[in-house]
Design a protein around this ligand. Sequence first.
Ligand code: GAL
Length: 705
Amino acid sequence: MQLGVCYYPEHWPRAWWAEDARRMREMGITWVRIAEFAWSRIEPSPGHFDWAWLDEAVETLHAQGLKVVMCTPTATPPKWLVDAMPDMLAVDANGQPRGHGSRRHYCFSHAGYRAESRRISRAVAERYGRHPAVAAWQTDNEYGCHDTVLSYSEAAKAGFRRWLAERHGTVAALNEAWGTVFWSMEYRSFDEVDAPVGTVTEAHPAHRLDWRRYASSEVRAFNREQCEILREASPGRPVSHNYMGFFTEFDHHEVAADLDIATWDSYPLGFTQNFFLRADEKAALARTGHPDIPAFHHDLYRGMCASVRPGAPAHGRWWVMEQQPGPVNWASWNPAPHDGMVRLWTWQALAHGAEVVSYFRWRQAPWSQEQMHTGLHRPDRSVDQGGVEAGQVGEELRTLGEALATLAAPGIVNRVALVFDYASVWMAQIQPQGADYLPIELHFRVYSALRTLGLDVDVVAPTASLDGYRLIVLPVQLHVADALAAALARAALAGAQIVLGPRAGSKTDRLSIPVNLAPGPLRDATGVSVQRVASLPPGLTVTLLPTAGLAGGWTSCEVSRWREDLAVDAGVVVEAVFGDDGRAALTCRPHGDGALRYVAGWLDESGWRSALQRTAEAAGLAVEPLHDGLRISRIGALVLACNFSDATLHWQPDAADSATTSSRPLIGGATLAPRGIALWHTQQAPSPSGAATEPQASRPATTGD
Ligand code: GAL
């Protein structure tokens, strides 16, 4: 559990560097990320390198014992390079090159730029790869930021044709796989296939899906080339990349297969304003952010570096590389966090397993695009609120010292998995069938419902091992591969409770309807068959009613946006029906010691909570419905309580409902002030969230003043 900061020595007078480094150390910072946008200073003109300033910056940080995350500067190709090679620019869907003058203007598929990316990465890696201060690497910066995964350049189109030939073998196979006979779209050769853009009405969905797969594979290839260079020139130093929030344009699991550490950039207030939350939520949560936005991503990125490697442990290494320090500049509205939030977000990340939380940035820039973005310090070098709170966490970490590492040592062992599949998200985006069928929102709402029940969650890839999970939820699994279907059946046989969201198994990997209809390979295991689907325009809702005898404290909820008509096999329990026509809305088919549930609509938040509470209890998990503003996170023998609300709340680990024999607070206590935290040491490691082997009674909700 360590702190870091993003620092731009090239933005400040050299005379300030030593003092900056000294204050970093005093603040409790141990890691400093540098140089991700510094290409024009490293190589001011082609082939002429100026290392002196960067050498001095690295030495200055090293002199204070700080560890450096060195970056490849490929997110900002300099003007001279663009002028020398104008077709390296990415091209937008209208055929317009995306010019120099900001950042990320390159096309992933351009062979010349790929060579440049390797050349500059090698130069930086050879210069600093064995420097004792350089202890980790970051490739590029935020792949895809500013909508830059897809490029419609000539290079991308040529690469796409090659990729198609490799994937499909023959053009006849492509025609068959896509179904191009529809509207006479058949091709005679791969050379005839264009990017799926500029068509009169929507382009063929299978064509669009393959285009997105191809673009994703280009990101992976670009990143992998850098990783190989860094590993060769800088042995033993881990390689990372910083992912973003609510971003799905490339398959992060695949890119992570080449990384040692997945990091992500956490801007809870910006994400709250810019994404799908309702206006009332955006207003109410403006200064704290939605409590589950950071947590959802922590749990997603914790799974990254582990999920696709056979034999890897359940969790991979991960950091927060950029933590919001105060108001940002890029959201629709940029409110200021309440005092206490920077500290709370930092502790929240540490309690979800972050090795390092690194703040963006040390000091606010007085000029350029991000001059309205705060840092830990103001441009005049005075410390800002974010800096005060970072210093407070630094002090807390220092006080708790080694004990913290020991107490967190067994790490996180969760019993709830939420499966996150990038390809299914793309399918739902390509074919939403209703304007508000937002796959990311559905993932998030389901995750949030689990968290409000006091459950700790692993967000895992569809290829991850599901062994040991008691509750497995697949909110947006449009495509169910045979291997996943088999893993789910095995997990259910072994006692897992499985919940499938609407549209599960509704598409083949070619984005067509399975021959046996949805849910495709899960047809028998679920005992349902989807006969018809309908999206619901705003204002058109239907009530979902639990069936008699099964309600268990659940009265009803609203279904909006999406509903399905199910044919239900004998032996399948209908747990809830649609209020208007009495058709099955929630089914449960027992399977071995477990069961598979199918949810045939878009439930409101209370609906997901009720459905998941019932299921978690059936799985023998200890459920603890929490106050809206309270979240609990468990790691090793540590339990963190975070109060996001305006109310004073009371909470402490309950000795009665876990293996805990006694608990003592390390920070705070049972009374949580608004935006307060409490960190508890449980005498005996708490059973992983709800890991009870016997069904347990749920705790009553938290009390608030
Ligand atoms: C991130 C980016 C940083 C900076 C920051 C501002 O997306 O990686 O370079 O722009 O946002 O919040």
